[in-house]
Write a protein that binds this ligand. Structure first.
Ligand code: IMP
Length: 192
C-alpha cells in the first residue's frame, strides 16, 4: 500500500515513514512528479487539508494525505488561523507575521490561543480527517530561537517555556502536529 504525503518537505516524509508500519510506503510529491504549487484557497484549515489531499488523489491517482496548520488566537477572532503562513500579507515572513500578531495583541490581556493541525487522508476517493490541538497563550515578546513560525511567542498550557525554548524533540513529542500524526498512524496501522 502506498500513500503520497502532499508536502515538499523531505524531512517530514522521512519522519512519518519511520512512524508508519513497514508494508505502507510514503511517497513525496517529487516521487509522483508533482512539481506545481497545490492550491490552498479555502477559508478553513480543514478545507485546505482536504483540498490538497483531493488535488493529488484526483490528478495523480494516488491515495494521499495532506496537513494544514494554523494558530488561532481567541482575542483576534481566531486569526491568523488559516492565513497563518501569510498573515503579514506581501511582506510575509516569520518575523513580520509575529510582529503583526504582537501589534494586534498590544494592550490585550486575554492571551489564550491554540495551534490546530488537520490531516486529511483520501483513500479511493473517501476522506478521513485527524486533528491535533495544542492550547496555550501568546507572550508579549519573543523568547527562544528553536522551532519555526510562531514558536517564539507561544507557551503551551502546563509549560513555562515557549515552543522555541524547547528542544525540537521535546516539541515534536507534544505538539498539535504530533497529535494529528499519531491519530493518522494509529488508523493506518489497522490497515497494514
Ligand atoms: P503549514 O500548514 O504547516 O504550512 O503551516 C502554516 C503556517 O503556520 C506556517 O507558515 C507557520 O507560520 C505556522 N505554523 C505551523 N506549524 C507551526 C508550529 O508548529 N509552530 C509555529 N508555527 C507554526
Amino acid at each position: 500500500m502506498k500513500f503520497v504525503f502532499a508536502t515538499r518537505n523531505k524531512h517530514k516524509v522521512a519522519e512519518i515513514q519511520l512512524l508508519i508500519p513497514n508494508p505502507i510506503r510514503v511517497l513525496s510529491l517529487h516521487d509522483v512528479h508533482c512539481m506545481e504549487d497545490i492550491p490552498e484557497t479555502t477559508p478553513t484549515i480543514e478545507g485546505n487539508a482536504s483540498q490538497k489531499a483531493f488535488y493529488v488523489y484526483e490528478k495523480y491517482h494516488h491515495n494521499c494525505f495532506a496537513d494544514d496548520t494554523g494558530l488561532e488566537i481567541e482575542a483576534l477572532s481566531g486569526n491568523p488561523g488559516v492565513r497563518s503562513a501569510r498573515y503579514a500579507g506581501e511582506d510575509m515572513n516569520e518575523e513580520n507575521n509575529i510582529r503583526k500578531v504582537l501589534n494586534e495583541m498590544d494592550g490585550i490581556a486575554h492571551r489564550k490561543a491554540r495551534f490546530k493541525t488537520v490531516i486529511s487522508l483520501v483513500i479511493d476517493g473517501s476522506e478521513m480527517q485527524f486533528d491535533g490541538l495544542m492550547h496555550g497563550s501568546i507572550l508579549h515578546e519573543k523568547r527562544g530561537s528553536n522551532g519555526f513560525g510562531y514558536d517564539p511567542i507561544f507557551i503551551p498550557d502546563g509549560y513555562s517555556r515557549t515552543f522555541a525554548e524547547m528542544e525540537l524533540s521535546e516539541k515534536n513529542k507534544i505538539s498539535h502536529r504530533a497529535m494529528a500524526v499519531n491519530k493518522l498512524v494509529e488508523y493506518l496501522q489497522k490497515l497494514a
